[in-house]
Design a protein around this ligand. Structure first.
Ligand code: PRX
Length: 657
């Protein structure tokens, strides 16, 4: 870590926006001035300007009961109306909303008028199925236009969606359905991934299958199924409905009613430091204000001419905020791509950029690093001259990847914005503004207008320029999470208790440094959350999957640094004697990797599973993961003096070799 920090602090390259870019830029310095003069008033002005309210609000922020905030609480709006109907009413119905590209090469162009009509039909279907305000709907779909339609239809009727990433297992899906008490599941037979159909419906059937003896009351009444993969599926009469049987028949008339600004919009599960994922709750008015504001200003959106593409899956927060809500609230035209970057060939993404003339690209460092590995000859085969702005999100971007992104993809012309935020923050919090900021490779740099962050020590004291510490958010913001679904205590404990005496510092869980200019450099998580290819995973969750296997006696998981994925999951497992005598360590390791993939989803599959005889523990029995990380990263093992048995690390190191 410290050599990485030294390297970062040596980074002195700077990139000012070009005069042409700055001249046309949407964001100006005036935003910072206005926000500085009156932070809450600034957000109120933005909320009024960016959104259409069916009932105007009179109060912006209520922070009288921290950490429970409300924003624009006496106002009313319909989020789907803001993303759809109002663009049609303004005469932009013919503008393309979605340029959808399927992995096998099929494509669809959907205008705002068409998307609005489809969402109205689905909203009527939902009403017929008894789904209304406050009900929860689980969405488990591939990256197809129906995913966007489904989300907007749910919120149009005032219900709450819980999108579950299509790569999660049946068990993960079941846990999320149960925690939210979903009434309806919207899924597909399957979708395309890496050149073949990957089935989804069977996982839903498994998740809803045999609950006898589980003690869980089934809440799901119906399953609405989109046909995409064409794979065979089982059918439960009375419960399952084909989308194509019910949606085209439904009426295309649907009046969008206004709902209070604090009406829950969605729940999205994310990994924390315990084994159980947290259902992060977002509400309507503040969330839509900040996603629209950031999408417009950070990505310099000119909706009449830009073609925007965010490569995130809708199963993650980036897909929610920067595929669905921000871009559609702003009336953007965007690409939606179903598949993986390298199918059917390694230049697939660049082919999509060329085909649609993408102007703004938003992706993750892990993807950039994997393209670097393949080499510049692949992107150079395509015409990428339409690109004018590049964005990065999900994990720290190392300066070399940043420079490669700018030079090879952006022709050394395009600004690169590194955007820091989280599922919990709902929208971008720290980022350069592309027409204003002189960018620094590897630094997210400055809090956005209206956002207040700091880097503090363990006591909550500002560390000062040139120093490192913990990243905190010091004032409430419109798109902040409103809680953890069903667990207000955990919300307070996880995010607000660490600096409770500061009267409302949000603890983000990230380490950061301030450089001599006061710019922020993110240094990665400081807790037991790993970041693998920009996806959040918890060590505890993977450990509990490992110990759920009958062969496992004990397990410890660490995130080890990895050149491509940022971090990789490495597991150390003690196997029960009875299994050890009957199986080879290699066989057991392979089996456990697959097992974790089945339990949680392929993204959680450990890169390495080491079968060991013991784990390093302190005298009080706490596993010292720091030492295991040293082994996993091939370093000399650090200080072992607090171990109960100081010999244990040399035994483990020998076993791993
Ligand atoms: O550690 C930070 C890292 O991703 C975490 C949030 O993960 P998640 O909720 O899944 O949201 C990812 C997409 C917003 C953060 O706590 N992270 C995100 N963006 C950056 C980042 N780390 C460094 N630089 C970033 N730009």
């Amino acid at each position: 870590m410290s050599s990485q920090i030294d390297h970062l602090l040596d980074e002195s390259r700077r990139f000012a926006p070009s005069a042409e870019f700055a001249a046309e830029a949407i964001a100006t310095k005036e935003l910072y001035h206005r926000a500085q003069a009156d932070r809450v008033g600034f957000w109120a002005d933005e909320a009024r300007e960016l959104l259409t309210w069916s009932k105007p609000f009179t109060e912006a922020l209520d922070w009288s009961n921290p950490p429970f905030a409300t924003w624009f609480a006496d106002g009313e709006l319909n989020v789907a109306y803001n993303c759809l109907d109002r663009h049609v009413e303004a005469g932009n119905g013919d503008r393309v909303a979605l340029l959808w590209e399927g992995e096998p090469g099929d494509s669809r162009r959907i205008t705002y008028a068409e998307l609005t009509e489809e969402v109205k039909r689905v909203a009527n279907v939902l009403t017929d199925l008894g789904v209304g305000a406050g009900d929860r709907v689980a969405i488990y779909l591939p990256m197809i236009p129906e995913a966007v339609t489904a989300m907007l239809a749910v919120v149009r009727v005032g219900a709450i969606h819980s999108v579950v990433f299509g790569g999660f297992s049946a068990d993960s899906l079941r846990a999320r359905i149960d925690d939210a008490g979903a009434k309806l599941v919207i899924t597909a037979d399957g979708g395309y991934r890496k050149g073949k159909v990957s089935a989804l419906k069977p996982a839903v059937d498994m998740a809803l299958g045999d609950r006898n003896g589980s003690g869980v009351q089934e809440t799901v009444e119906h399953v609405l199924v989109v046909k995409r993969g064409g794979n065979d599926v089982e059918w439960t009469e009375g419960r399952d409905l084909w989308w194509h049987d019910v949606v085209p028949q439904a009426s295309a008339e649907h009046e969008a009613s206004g709902f209070p600004a604090e009406n829950p919009l969605f729940i999205l599960y994310t990994s924390g430091t315990t084994g159980k994922p947290k259902g992060i709750l977002h509400t309507s008015g503040g969330y839509l204000t900040q996603t629209a504001f950031t999408h417009k200003n950070v990505f310099d959106l000119h909706p009449e001419t830009d073609v925007y593409w965010c490569t995130a899956d809708i199963g993650w927060i980036t897909g929610h905020s920067y595929v669905v809500y921000g871009p559609l609230a702003n009336g953007a035209t965007q690409v939606l791509y179903e598949g993986t970057p390298d199918t059917p060939h390694p230049g697939r993404w660049w082919e999509v950029v060329e085909k649609y003339g993408v102007t703004i690209l938003y992706t993750a460092p892990t993807a950039i690093r994997s393209f670097m590995k393949i080499g510049r000859s692949v992107p150079k085969k395509f015409d990428l001259s339409s690109l004018r702005l590049l964005g990065s999100v999900g994990e720290p971007i190392n300066p070399e990847a940043w420079i490669w992104y700018r030079k090879v993809i952006g022709d050394d012309r395009t600004p690169v914005v590194d955007t820091w935020w989280q599922t919990e923050t709902g929208a971008i919090m720290i980022s350069a503004l592309p027409g204003i900021t002189e960018t620094k490779p590897g630094s997210a740099q400055v809090a956005l207008p209206g956002i207040a962050v700091d880097v503090v020590d363990d006591a909550g004291v500002h560390v000062g320029n040139g120093n490192g510490g913990l990243l905190v958010i010091t004032e409430p913001w419109p798109s902040m999470l409103r809680g953890i679904w069903g667990d207000p205590d955990r919300y307070v404990e996880t995010y607000w208790e660490k600096f409770a005496d500061k009267g409302g510092y949000y603890f983000a869980g990230d380490g950061a440094r301030l450089d001599d200019d006061g710019d922020v450099w993110l240094m990665g998580r400081v807790d037991d959350v790993m970041n693998v290819s920009g996806h959040r995973l918890s060590t505890a969750e993977i450990e509990s999957a490992l110990v759920a296997h009958e062969a496992t006696a004990e397990a410890a998981v660490v995130g080890a640094s990895d050149e491509t994925t940022g971090q990789a999951v490495v597991a150390f497992v003690i196997i029960k004697e009875s299994y050890l005598s009957q199986h080879t360590p290699e066989g057991l390791a392979t089996h456990l990797r697959v097992w974790v993939g089945e339990q949680i989803g392929p993204i959680a599959r450990p890169r390495d599973v080491y079968i060991v005889g013991e784990l390093p523990k302190t005298r009080s029995g706490k596993i010292m993961r720091r030492l295991l990380r040293d082994v996993a990263e091939g370093r000399e093992v650090g200080d072992t003096t607090t171990l109960a048995d100081t010999m244990v690390m040399s035994v483990i190191s020998a076993q791993v070799k």
